[in-house]
Design a binder for this molecule. Sequence first.
Ligand code: F6R
Length: 629
Amino acid sequence: MCGIVGYVGRAQERSAAGGNGAHDALDVVIEGLRRLEYRGYDSAGVAVVADGAVETRKKAGKLGNLVAELEQRPLPESLTGIGHTRWATHGGPTDANAHPHLADNGRLAVIHNGIIENYAELKQELRAKGVTFASETDTEVAAALIGDMYRGAAGGDITKAMQLAAQRLDGAFTLLAVHADQPGVVVAARRNSPLVVGLGDGENFLGSDVSGFIDHTRRAVELGQDQIVTITPDSFVITDFYGRPAQGKEFEVSWDAASAEKGGFPSFMEKEIHDQPAAVHDTLLGRSDAQGRLILDELRIDPAELKQVNKIIVLACGTAAYAGLVAKYAIENWCRIPTEVELAHEFRYRDPIVDKNTLVVSISQSGETMDTLMAVRYAREQGAKTVSICNTNGSTIPRESDAVLYTHAGPEIAVASTKAFLAQITAAYLLGLYLAQLRGNIFSGQIKDVLADLGKIPEKIQQVLDNAEPLRELARSMKDEKSVLFLGRNVGYPVALEGALKLKEIAYLHAEGFAAGELKHGPIALIDEGQPVFVVVPSPRGRDSLHSKVVSNIQEVRARGARTLVIAEEGDEAVREYAEYVFYVPETPPLLMPLLTTVPLQIFAAELAQAKGFDVDQPRNLAKSVTVE
Ligand code: F6R
C-alpha cells in the first residue's frame, strides 16, 4: 500500500523555457508523492540519476520530513527520478527501512510496493554470494537480486535484470528501478500490485495510480498482471517477465487535478463528505433510460446466466462490507434472492458453498484490497459469477471479475471512507434493481419509482450538509467523551456500525454499533449514567415500520441513564420527548434511508476528531488501501 512515482524527461525540451516536455525529476516526483501520500506515510524517499551516479534522500515520517531534508541537502538537477511513500510491512518505519534501497555498489536504486514472500530464502542466497544488507526490508533483497542479475545474466541491461529478478520473486509487488549507467530509463515490474504509465510529450511517468502524475498528463496505460515496462522520454515498452512483448490498456483519465485537492475544506474527509451529492448523482448517471429501465451495459454477464442465480454473496471489508449489509436488505427485498454478506477475509477460509448459480458481488473502493481480491479469486475458482462494485478504474479486483459496476465517487483520499460508501450503496441498489428487472420480480413502474426516489437523494444529502451546524456544535461539546454507542435496526443497523467505525478510526474513541433489538441480550449492561447513545430511528410511515420498536429501545437505554442522540426523519415529532438531541433528515423511502442517515454520523465523527486536534485524513495505524492479507 505504498505510493510510487517514476519520471523521465528529455533534456533539450527542458531548456526551452515554457515549452512542453521535461521538468526537473525531483519536482515531478515530490508533487506525485504529495498526491499519493494517502497510500502510506510511514516514510518517504527519492532517487535521481545525475552525472553518472544515483543519489538518494529518504526520511522516516511524513513527506514533510523528506522535503526538509532535501532543503538541507539538495539533490542535483536531473531528468530521471523515482519516489516512494511507505506503509511499513517488513521492518519498522525508520530512515534505514525507507525506500529507495540501493544495490550494485550504490549505482542501482529500487522502490517497492507490496510484499515479497520468499525474501528470506533469497536473502540467504545473496548473502552466500557476499551481499550485505543495511535494512530489514524485503525490498532491499529485491534490489540486491536485480543488482546481482544486472552484473550477471542480464549483461548490464536494467530491463533484462528486472525481468530475471521478477521471475524469482513470489508475492505481490510493484518494483521501480533506475541505474546510474542508464540515465533516461526507469524500469518497473508488476504483480498483484497496481502500476500505471502516464504518457507525456517528451516525458513519461509511472505511478501507483494516476494521481502520481495527474498534474502532467491525462493519457495513461494500465499495466496487466506480471508485466514489465521500461519508460524513456519518448517510449514505453511492455513485456512479460520473460521478455515477450505484451500490451497494456490505454485510457484517458477523467478526474481533474482539482478534484484531487481539498477544495477549501480543512481536510480531504470534510471535502469528501461534501462531495457526496455528486458521488451519488454521478453513480446514477447514464444507468437508466427515459422509460425508467435500468441499462447496465458494463455488466457483461449473460442475462440468461443472471436469471439462474439462486444465491448472492457480497464480499467486502470494513466500510465496504457495511455497504454490503445495506445492499442485502435491498436485494432480498427486490429480487427475492437469498443474499449473504461476508467479510472477505473470513469467506475463503471456511469452505463456503459456491457454485455456478452463485453471484458473488465484491465491493471495494480501491479495487486493490488483498483480502477482497483473494476471496474473489477463490469464488471464481469455485465457478461463481463475480461482479465488482468498485471506485477505481482499472484496479485489480474489477479486472479479475466477470463484470464491474463502477461507482463514480472520484478519488477518495481521506483514509476513512465516506463518499465511496454512499456510492457503493447506490451502485448496489442499481444492481439489485437490475436483477429484479431481469427476473421480473417487481413491476417496471416500481423500478421507475425507486429510480426517481434515488434521483432525489443528492439534493436531500445537500440539505443534511447545509443543516449540520448544530450537529457540529454537539460534536465539539463531546470531544472529551470516552465512549459512544450506536443503535439501529434493519437498514439502520449497518448505519449504526458505520457511525461507530468512523468514530473509532478518526477520533480514536471507543464506539460500538449494535442492532437495537440485540441490546437486551447483553450490551445494555454497558449503559451507565450519561453514556451517549446515537439511535438511528426508522421512518414512522409505512405498514412495517419498526419505529415503535426503536422508540422502545430508546426508552430502555434512557431508563438506565443514557444520553440519547437521535437521527430521525423530518416530521417525526414523537421521538422528541425521548431524545436529548434530534437531528432530522429529509423524508425518503425506508430502504434508501442509509444514504441520508449515514451523513450526520460522518459529520459528527469528523468534527469531533478535528476538535480533538487529530489529522482526520491520515489516522494512525491505517492506510487507504490494504494490499496485504
Ligand atoms: C473505513 C475504510 C475501510 C475500507 C476497507 C475496504 O473508513 O475505509 O474499512 O472500507 O479497508 O477498502 P476498499 O473499499 O478499498 O476495499
